[in-house]
Design a protein around this ligand. Sequence first.
Ligand SMILES: CC(C)(COP(=O)(O)OP(=O)(O)OC[C@H]1O[C@@H](n2cnc3c(N)ncnc32)[C@H](O)[C@@H]1OP(=O)(O)O)[C@@H](O)C(=O)NCCC(=O)NCCS
Length: 168
Amino acid sequence: MTVQIRSALAFDLPEIPALERAAAERFLETAHPELAAAPPSMTGAVLDLALREDRLIVAEQGDVLCGFALLDQRGEDGWLREFDVPPAFGGRGVGRALLAFSCAWARGRSCTRLTLTTFRAVPFNGPFYARFGFCFLEEATLPPHLAEALAAERDAGLRDRCAMAMAL
Ligand SMILES: CC(C)(COP(=O)(O)OP(=O)(O)OC[C@H]1O[C@@H](n2cnc3c(N)ncnc32)[C@H](O)[C@@H]1OP(=O)(O)O)[C@@H](O)C(=O)NCCC(=O)NCCS
């Protein structure tokens, strides 16, 4: 079935935390299995604000939501803050389609690159983004939003995180 990517609507919001939880189960097979049990970061307040600012996009097959991306902007940097496709819908190009739409979202806001933080070595993180065209960024070159995000992630106990960017 064809995947459609669109801006989120209010009635999508209650489904987002369950999509995040289901996608996190992928981490059970990685060096970070504890993430599968982490509480969702997509709380009501975060989602409400993203909806109002048109920063939340969803993937839909028929009338079933099968993934989402939460975006942000800092200056000329687009910022992919959350990006999830549950394993039940994985490996069918849903993530690729969400990423392509995220690039279009950022271009539409005159961003010159799309940035993110992720796990360097988890196959569906760093290597996934590298195949899409993202490059790893050196710590010394990081803009404030990525330096602060990595510091917060380290403080939260996450290991092997890195920042990446792709020119748009
Ligand atoms: C990252 C994620 C969104 C990808 O979603 P997806 O719909 O399964 O990805 P796609 O089907 O579009 O696959 C795109 C490419 O990644 C590859 N890929 C997907 N899952 C993979 C995996 N587990 N291991 C290795 N490669 C993988 C596919 O082979 C495909 O490559 P190709 O187009 O060159 O053939 C999904 O794995 C996910 O939700 N992970 C858990 C949450 C997460 O890590 N989010 C990102 C946080 S930075």
